[in-house]
Design a protein around this ligand. Structure first.
Ligand code: KIV
Length: 264
């Protein structure tokens, strides 16, 4: 799984046969330049998810429900989740959870909304959990996450996503659940992995966590191309004849005659 936020990139991921695309609220950070995911809105996310679906008709598409679109009450969670499914063509929605949201997951599942339960580091809660920190490093916290995962399974979640939990916690959950477990910064024992596209591509100048593997450095490729373009325009190397559109000779002759007669 990779995050994806636009149709053009979704086409590339479709061609690369990426199984699953997550339209993540990290969009607020990597595309909009905010320092947290909180400013992502329902309108943004559903519009982006629909664009990603147009670019990738076959990937398993996960819509990330933004801050306060599901936390207020189960009814709002169902209505907002439904927009990802009906308006954008998502296959499931992801929400950041702990045991306090069991009733919401139950209600969403009962309303036919497939829910991926995101546990561990929950970026929408950093204001109350003390920032972007690994979760479950202490035995009691680790046990709490393992229990939360079980509660989500029992509440009807169809998949789990673990963010920034120790390898041992991820392994315990992956071994003890029937659900597919997707990991990010949570070690190799999960069933699948997700990365934020900008981090793995080296795109946009962010500072990904150490546990992210970079598969490219497109940042430099883009900057080099932008510089080369600006230089070509300044030196008139671009546009050349090949980059320009000439008139049909007969039309050109008529055009010139018309210009001459106008000027007397
Ligand atoms: O929004 C997102 O991109 C995510 C990933 C970090 C898993 O939730």
């Amino acid at each position: 799984m990779l995050t994806c936020y636009d149709c053009a990139t979704a086409r590339l991921m479709e061609q690369a046969e990426i199984d699953s695309l997550l339209v993540g609220d990290t969009y607020a950070e990597v595309c909009l330049g905010h320092s947290t995911t909180l400013p992502a809105t329902m309108d943004h996310m559903v519009t982006l998810a629909a664009a990603v679906r147009r670019g990738s008709p076959t990937a398993y598409l996960v819509g990330d429900m933004p801050y306060l679109s599901y936390q207020v009450c189960p009814e709002e969670a169902i209505r907002n989740g439904g927009k990802f499914m009906a308006d954008a063509g998502c296959d499931c929605v992801k929400i950041e959870v702990d045991r306090r949201l069991v009733k919401t997951v139950e209600a969403m599942s009962a309303a036919t909304l497939p829910v991926m339960a995101h546990l561990g580091l929950k970026p929408q809660s950093i204001q109350t959990t003390g920032g972007y920190r690994v979760q479950g490093k202490r035995a009691g916290d680790a046990l709490g996450i393992v229990e939360d995962a079980k509660m989500m399974e029992d509440a009807g979640a169809i998949a789990l996503l673990l963010e920034a939990v120790p390898v041992e916690v991820a392994a315990t959950i992956a071994e003890s659940t029937e659900l597919p477990v997707i990991g990010i910064c949570s070690g190799p024992h999960c069933d699948g992995q997700v990365l934020v596209m900008h981090d793995m591509l080296g795109y946009g100048g962010g500072h990904p966590p150490r546990s992210v593997k970079q598969y490219a450095q497109v940042h430099d490729t883009f900057v080099d191309a932008f510089r080369a373009y600006a230089k070509d325009v300044a030196t008139e190397a671009f546009p050349s004849v090949e980059n320009s559109i000439a008139m049909d000779p007969a039309e050109l002759a008529e055009f010139q005659r018309a210009l001459e007669s106008r000027h007397g």
